[in-house]
Ligand binder design. Structure first.
Ligand code: KG4
Ligand code: ZN
Length: 336
């Protein structure tokens, strides 16, 4: 059973073919980073237009890489939310056309669930449930309990910026390139994480939710308090290291609070920020101490891609969770 997965929820056009054993037969991805770079963030209208321009080529490349033809595809899967409305609609319209013309089933995929289950591609038989699942990307920061694949309970979510968004905004303030995550990560490794003070946000209602907008404002404060002549490379490295240290602390703290030794056996971390060196090191240490097995998808599967869509669709197909031609975008789709 070969499923074609289509992802267009943000600024990556990704298409892949995955078989029933979750083997990736072929994939292709076009990122729009260069297009959005000059604006310091994703411009929704441009993203949608770019998806329409590239999706056909991405399909052809994915099929060529898989060395198969459209007639060898048994079902079409597509991300229908959450994401940018216009961007989602491009993928959905394309998927519907393919499914209708090939007379194959159409499978609707939740982007957040696809991120979470992307770990199954490489670690299917190793994960023990219930697990804790942390989705940290440019658009989302959520902690869920995964009772088993497909059964989720939301434990914490961001009340303002997502973790990746805070990286992107901090980078913009520091006049670094977009996306901010990779560049801040590179500088952070060389800097002093203790030089600048950042407060860990707390909610008066005791909630375990996240807030990242305050640390972005703190970056601006540290910049303004540093004379222009002192804003040299060492300043950038130290502020990047201090910023990264607090982001990692916020994520670790929420997981420590949610962790129940009697229940949680594994920890899954996905989304663009899961590539981060500080996140990886911090969770390796935490999970080692708590006796939880730790799983990350490989870096190319952490950021948006078509592989995770096709992989999740294999389970959804078995569960008969199909859509018809009326499938619409759900920009605010939730998990759990
Ligand atoms: O999962 P993703 O491709 O898109 C969304 O669904 O949002 O994640 C993109 C986000 C961007 O905000 C980017 O800055 C961040 O992931 N990111 C990182 C790193 N690499 C990418 N953040 C921190 N450290 C990294 N190494
Ligand atoms: Zn994503």
């Amino acid at each position: 059973m070969n499923i074609l997965g289509i992802e267009t929820s943000c600024d990556e056009t990704g298409i892949a073919v995955v078989d029933s054993d979750l083997k990736v037969l072929g994939s292709a991805l076009v990122t729009q980073i260069d297009l959005h770079k000059k604006y310091g963030g994703v411009v929704p209208e441009l993203a949608a237009r770019m998806h329409s321009q590239t999706i056909d080529t991405v399909l052809r490349t994915a099929l060529a890489n898989a060395d198969i033809e459209l007639k060898d595809i048994d079902a079409i899967a597509v991300t229908y939310g959450p994401g940018l409305p216009g961007a989602l609609l491009v993928g959905i319209a394309f998927a519907k056309t393919l499914a209708y013309s090939l007379q194959k089933p159409l499978i609707p995929v939740n982007h957040l669930e696809a991120h979470l289950e992307s770990v199954l591609i490489e670690h299917k038989d190793e994960i023990e449930y219930p697990a804790l699942g942390l989705i940290v990307s440019g658009g989302h920061t959520s902690l869920v309990e995964v009772k088993k694949p497909g059964e989720y309970k939301l434990l914490a979510k961001t009340r303002d910026d997502a973790a990746g968004e805070s990286y992107d905004k901090a980078a913009k303030l520091l006049e670094l390139e977009y996306p901010g995550g990779p560049v801040i990560d590179r500088f952070a490794i060389q800097g002093n994480p203790k030089r600048f003070k950042f407060k860990i946000p707390k909610f008066s209602d005791g909630s375990n939710d996240y807030s990242f907008s305050g640390i972005k404002t703190a970056v601006l404060k540290h910049i303004n308090e540093t004379p222009l002549e002192n804003r040299d490379e060492l300043f950038i490295k130290d502020i990047a290291a201090s910023f990264q240290a607090v982001v990692v602390k916020i994520l670790l703290k929420s997981v420590e609070r949610a962790f129940d030794e009697a229940i949680h056996k594994s920890m899954i971390i996905t989304g663009g920020v899961a590539v981060n060196s500080g996140v990886r090191a911090g969770f390796k240490d935490l999970c080692g101490r708590k006796g939880m097995k730790l799983f990350f998808p490989r870096p190319s599967l952490c950021t948006d891609n078509g592989v995770m869509v096709a992989a999740l669709a294999q389970r959804l197909f078995k569960e008969k969770k199909l859509a018809d031609i009326t499938l619409d975008a759900k920009p605010d789709l939730k998990l759990g």
